[in-house]
Design a protein around this ligand. Sequence first.
Ligand SMILES: Nc1ncnc2c1ncn2[C@@H]1O[C@H](COP(=O)(O)OP(=O)(O)O)[C@@H](O)[C@H]1O
Ligand SMILES: [Mg+2]
Length: 262
Amino acid sequence: MTRLDETPRIETHNATASAVELVGLSFAYPDGMPALRGIDLRVEPGEKVALLGPNGAGKSTLLLHLNGVFRGQGEVRIFAERLTEANLRLIRAKVGLLFSNPDDQLFSPTVLDDVAYGPLHMGLPREEVLERTRVALEQVGMQGFEDRVPHRLSLGQKKRVAIATVLSMGTPILALDEPSASLSPVARRELIDLLQSLPQTMLISTHDLALARDLLPRTVVLDEGRVVADGATADILEDADLLVAHGLEPLSAHRHQHEGAG
Ligand SMILES: Nc1ncnc2c1ncn2[C@@H]1O[C@H](COP(=O)(O)OP(=O)(O)O)[C@@H](O)[C@H]1O
Ligand SMILES: [Mg+2]
């Protein structure tokens, strides 16, 4: 169906472009308060950025704009290419989006079908689709679950399959909404190790400040639809006043030491 023939158009004439650029991005849900209020944000290729903020800050809404699930006012540019209705497919081949709820991501009768769906619809040859699917399931530790029914898996297993559906796309940008939520401690650690090993540009919304500390050198704090801080994760996580002011609980020194040692 979709072919990637046009894709190089994005990369060839903008080798130095930001991976993601949001310009004055605003959005209100039809029935609610404004969820994003003029977000300006640039993420350079290879950067790994935590999106922190209290519930309702707008983190999920922001991530859902990166590949056009929602279309607000202002601009979304991916490798300098402005997101429009016409190039939605191009953009979706660049930005892999993990929904916070895996039930929003998984819709196929088997795990294999779900993880193969993206690469299949990118028009890749069957062998490559199967190879990508195999690698992605192995990366999330879900090999052997190919024939299982996604909706019957545990929440943590669904989460890992959902992550595999994003990884199998091979997009240069990963937009992950609470990837570690509902994972067991072991699965969480494996996810962090996996994400650490990946070269992709990442924007990750999380309540897991230790994940941000271990994986994401830059942090953007959102609150009430605005960017209220943007800087080195180490500095932001040390700023207890800032964290508390925006509904976040500082990592305790004890936990920091304890986890740092492991
Ligand atoms: N589907 C929706 N319909 C209406 N309002 C929504 C919907 N999803 C989120 N909101 C509202 O938009 C704001 C931002 O929400 P969200 O992006 O989910 O924040 P976060 O991910 O930071 O918790 C909140 O005020 C929330 O109540
Ligand atoms: Mg959210």
